[in-house]
Design a protein around this ligand. Sequence first.
Ligand code: SF4
Ligand code: SF4
Ligand code: SF4
Length: 274
Amino acid sequence: MNFKKYLPPILMLVIFETVAVTLWLTKNNLFYLFNFSYIGISISLGVFLFIKKVKFARRLVQLLVGLYMLIYLGLICGENMQIEGFWYYLFTGVFEAATIHYAVAKIFGPLIFGRGWCGYACWTAMVLDFLPYKVPSQPRKKLGWIRYITFALSIIFVSALFLARVGNIERIMFWAFVTGNILYYAVGIVLAFFFKDNRAFCKYVCPVTVFMKPMSYFALFRVKCRKDRCVDCGKCKRVCPMDVDVTDNSRKRKNGTECILCMECVKNCPKKAL
Ligand code: SF4
Ligand code: SF4
Ligand code: SF4
């Protein structure tokens, strides 16, 4: 048995278990052990199944993690895990679920696993990836500036609640989570059909990318191209949902900070160069 092959899922599990145990012990809360262990096991299972060439490995992880976060953490536990929830907990100085989630998955985590969150865990993309336009049929539009507006609006919304001293913000945050998600799904689905691109929402609108893009520039895990094997057939670029020029190994590769580690390029390269 080639153990080296299985190093990525083992490493992933070790990283998540380290976070789980550290938070459990430092915050004296068993929830963190359960939460990060569940997510770590789900992701490791997905990576393991991918290595075993199981076709729907990534989709399985998306459903396992996405549904858990949306239904259990969001709707049942009432945690607003969207960006406004992050601002809310940050402003109140609470380093709890949403702030920890952002720190691990979207701010510091991308230094290690890039935008793996977007490929394997996001509950918005979990639904969008079921739509028919898995690979964009048109070149990317210059609309990425919209994400900075939605990012600013999320801060303005939460700041306004604090400045106006609105009561029962906790409850408002829950309903903001519900309506925010409905809005994300609606806009995401409309954009997917309009641009014939499942990931149009991710490319142009999602405010979370404002955190993730600069951090994932330095990501430890990246898809790299073995130039000695590559025959420049262009297949990897044609199957990439995020328009990444994965044959360029430099950090400045075109749309490099958009890579969601979906591994479609790796699966489709005829020369096993990726
Ligand atoms: S860009 Fe936003 S919506 Fe898309 S997968 Fe990432 S976090 Fe989810
Ligand atoms: S699919 Fe493989 S061989 Fe073709 S351009 Fe991409 S890396 Fe090179
Ligand atoms: S196809 Fe390759 S380059 Fe494109 S997003 Fe997926 S892993 Fe990244």
